[in-house]
Ligand binder design. Sequence first.
Ligand code: GDP
Ligand code: MG
Length: 724
Amino acid sequence: MSSDTVSVIAIAGNPNSGKTTAFNRYTGARQHVGNYPGITVEKKGGTAHIDGKEVTLVDLPGTYSLTAYSMEEVVARRVLAEDRPGAVIDVINAGVLDRNLYLSVQMMEMGIPLVLTLNMMDEAEAEGLNINIKRLEELTGLKCFPAVARKGEGLDDSLRAALALAEETHGRTNPLEISYGTDLDNSLLDMTPIVENAKLLTDMYPSRWVALKFLEGDKEIIHRATMANKEASDKLIALTDKVTKHLKDTLNTYPEAVIADYRYGWISSLLRNGVLEIKDDVLERTATSDKVDAVLTHRFVGPLILIGILYLMYYITIEVGNIPLGWTQTFFDWLHDLAGDSIQSAALRSLVTDGVISGVGSVLGFVPLIIIMFFLISILEDSGYMARVAYMMDRIFRIFGLHGASIMPFIISGGIAGGCAVPGVMATRTLRSPRERLATILTVPFMMCGAKIPVFLLFTSIFFKQNQAFIMFSFTLLGWVAALLVARLLRSTLIRGQATPFVMELPPYRLPLLSGVLIHTWERAWQYIKKAGTVILGISILIWAAMTYPGLPESYHQNIDSQLALMAENTAGLPEDAHNLISTNLENSESSQALRMSYAGRLGTFIEPLTKGAGFNWQTNIALIGGVAAKEVVISTLGTAYSLGAVDPDDSSSLQQRIEADPSWTMANSMALLLFTLLYSPCFVTLVVIKQESGKWRWLFFSLFFNLTLALVVATIANQVLSA
Ligand code: GDP
Ligand code: MG
């Protein structure tokens, strides 16, 4: 916009915040000023002059929200969306910042360029409120000016800034995207592309905002969207109904309430992030949530409590979980025997016992532990504590060149344990800065995802029996450390650039509903079980085949047979026991030889020189290669390998017992294996999503090769140091 054309600037704000007073000051008009809300229902226009420019000002009706409940809200929203002022001066009553900012947040979500005028500073100061305006500017990214509209103070600065903003933005900026909790964020991820593809009201509103309005049940927007494109709107309504029912079942609440909670949470953490100095006596008067937060998110005590809770979570999972873990193992042993006895064909028997039961069974065996872990995590999530964890981590994240909004993706990926990097990578969409987003995408795969957990549970139960919970917990922390360090490295090399300020939203605490926690737990556990029964089953069978074929050449069998015959002749005088021992050894060397000569065995052997330093033999290598398909495959492959190479083909001892009995496993190389599993290449699906979300193949290959190299180096060092 050039300086000679007329700019339109709108004045918005809560009722009674001083909009009309400011408008009259600017325009010299004599609009009615009243000390009661709702006096301005129509929009009113006027002209102001500043620095030789003419500005058209629009005085909007006062509203607390933009949800289209009242006529004022509908008018205000229409003016903002359809008349498209170049920028908006948001007049705020500085004495009640939190309530007034609720409207500001909504305008920011609409992508409207804002200038904040903190009006009634005279009253705020008299009340002893200390507002850090610079901090407010930093956190919101908006220009903020203290003002006393009644005396005309601070108004010109606001208008100048608004004009500059209008010229710069032409009425639209990047919309603010705040998190609305896992459930709604996931729905928004599904809904936003539908809005985008159907171009549903996107000429006026940001696409995520339109989706949000569906979730809020905004009649006006839903009506207009349905007129524009019924099919797309119906899809959005169906998704809304789904998540509405889900929230009702799990949290006994509805989307609108959750959205409002998170908006207020965003504001309250903005204020407590150094904008408002909260005095002790004020703190005492605030709600229970804030009182609890004074302890749980305390600068020093908070992180200690967090570590305590995490440790307790692992402790309970492992202590309690070991009981049902014994049952599932007994069950799969029994199943193994049953199948071994009842299947006639040797190839089919091997497929079912070695491939399916030993493979998938070793993954499914951990279901009880996974359920307990998900149960505890669901309690943390549903109570609102998880948002506090994010809030505390925010301070640390900035040091490492990540954004506060990176935390949710990290937690979703398994930051507390038991997540998945696939939704984690997708959740980075809430990050506005492309650099911080990329750094987050590339580092979330280091988290302790649900698929890695069985590997850790298995090996810690063998080599770290005494302090299994502690080791599990330490590896989870190590995932964070690795992610943060790699992020720092990336942000100072490949993806350098400025950090953007951020506010984390804190919803109020809620007592979790038992039914809600159970539903969340079951959903996750079922996903785990389903994956074991589909993807993992498929890969297990493939890997079983790769470990079984092409089989040993006929000459080898003949060789063994002749050795057996020879032995029978030469040992005729020996007792039965010795006889059996020798023949078992020969057969054992036959089965492990067959495994080694299989396709998978050859590949594993081929890369053995690379992994020798880390203490991995060719069997482990096969398992790790399989793990790129899905991390659970590490366990299922070891299960199959040990079952195939077993001394006694009918032996049904568990994978745990077999590894325990195998002298090639030591504390050092199992530690190396765990480190490798934590750090190495993301699984196949995650790699694909990384390509999708970053838009470039190079980041897929980066994740694959950089993480592999990092993991190999760390594992090798660990093995060397620990075995020395
Ligand atoms: P509107 O509803 O936002 O248009 O608010 P008005 O402009 O009608 O103002 C509401 C009341 O606040 C009136 O009584 C004004 O005189 C008073 N007011 C406006 N600005 C200030 C200010 O900066 N300081 C104080 N103390 N009062 C103000
Ligand atoms: Mg007014």
